[in-house]
Design a protein around this ligand. Structure first.
Ligand code: CP
Ligand code: NVA
Length: 320
């Protein structure tokens, strides 16, 4: 059985109903993984992974996940493929999608992954672009539900997101844009605080061309943004591809370090998340990231469980 062709290029590509299915399926897949039960739904399927930027979690989670589902992977980087010698992305898409069943790409511009998807015969997954990181937010919301939104049957309950508040502290980057889309789509509030000049781009945070601003609010003061939050989250000051701005960013972001004061402004049961890799002493103190409210290791692990559900959904459609 094969599902109709569908890509996952940004968070807004799926409906709330599809997310509810994915979270429930990810929970089942995780339970089976923990119990050493086989879950070979992707036997003989191959995922191509193209990395034009570095990765630890994305690579390991997709690669281990495919093997655990009975499939296999092909790992490519710009440097070791013809992409690094200027083969057009359209030709690369045509060729790779004739030999594999799905493609995960980590690259620079969103337009590049969109061009790949246009010429691909198989589902394409965004493993991070300059603009978005949907697989990470998929895992983050799954992690939140695991900790704060599980129903009496032990299943993730998306209804619990209604009225909840996420505080985004730091750069208006790919993670922030994706949180903004998720807030508008799944109905929670997002309080954003970025230094001036690093704001969330309203167009990128838009949902299918509709401004997502109804879901989020800006605050000049990061402590104020954390007030009453159920989840406080941040990311590196300098994302991959922006390294030349590193020194300027260190100065601009000095007050956007998630610390005990910010966590104290949030609800007492607030969680802390970070997609990792983290720089202790920059965007977050060691006290917070290594403290009792931090769920960053569950968050990292859940990349794998959530993406297994995603791969299965894109390749086979709804199961069970
Ligand atoms: N969070 C995340 O995407 O990590 P990697 O860059 O290690 O893949
Ligand atoms: N915003 C970061 C996320 C890394 C996983 C980056 O794009 O480098």
């Amino acid at each position: 059985m094969t599902a109709p062709l569908k890509h996952y290029l940004q968070f807004a590509d799926f409906t709330a109903d599809e997310y509810a299915y994915l979270f429930e399926r990810a929970a089942l897949i995780k339970r089976k993984f923990k119990a050493y039960e086989k879950h070979h739904t992707l036997t003989d399927r191959t995922l191509a992974m193209i990395f034009e930027k570095a990765s630890t979690r994305t690579r390991v989670s997709f690669e281990a996940g495919m093997y655990q589902m009975g499939g296999s992977v092909v790992h490519l980087t710009t440097g070791d493929s013809q992409l690094g010698r200027s083969e057009p992305i359209e030709d690369t898409a045509r060729v790779i999608s004739r030999m594999t069943d799905a493609v995960m790409i980590r690259t620079f511009e969103q337009a590049r992954i969109e061009r790949f998807a246009e010429y691909s015969r198989v589902p394409v997954i965004n493993g991070l672009t300059n603009e978005y990181h949907p697989c990470q937010i998929l895992a983050d919301i799954f992690t939140y539900l695991e900790h704060r939104g599980t129903n009496s049957e032990g299943k993730p309950d998306m209804a619990c997101l209604a009225g909840k508040t996420v505080a985004w502290i730091g750069d208006g980057n790919n993670m922030a844009n994706t949180w903004a889309q998720a807030a508008a789509l799944l109905g929670f509030k997002l309080r954003v605080s970025t230094p001036r000049g690093y704001e969330v781009d309203t167009q990128l945070a838009a949902l299918d061309g509709t401004p997502a601003s109804k879901g989020w609010q800006n605050f000049a003061d990061p402590v104020e943004a954390c007030a009453g939050a159920d989840l406080v989250t941040t990311d590196v000051w300098t994302s991959m591809g922006y390294e030349a701005e590193n020194e300027a960013r260190k100065k601009a972001f000095a007050n956007w370090c998630v610390d005990a004061e910010m966590m104290a402004a949030a609800r007492p049961d607030a969680l802390f998340m970070h997609c990792l890799p983290a720089h202790r002493g920059e965007e977050v103190t060691a006290e917070v990231i290594d403290g009792p409210q931090s769920v960053v290791w569950d968050e990292a692990e859940n990349r794998m469980h959530a993406q297994k559900a995603l791969l299965e959904y894109l390749l086979l459609g709804r199961q069970g």
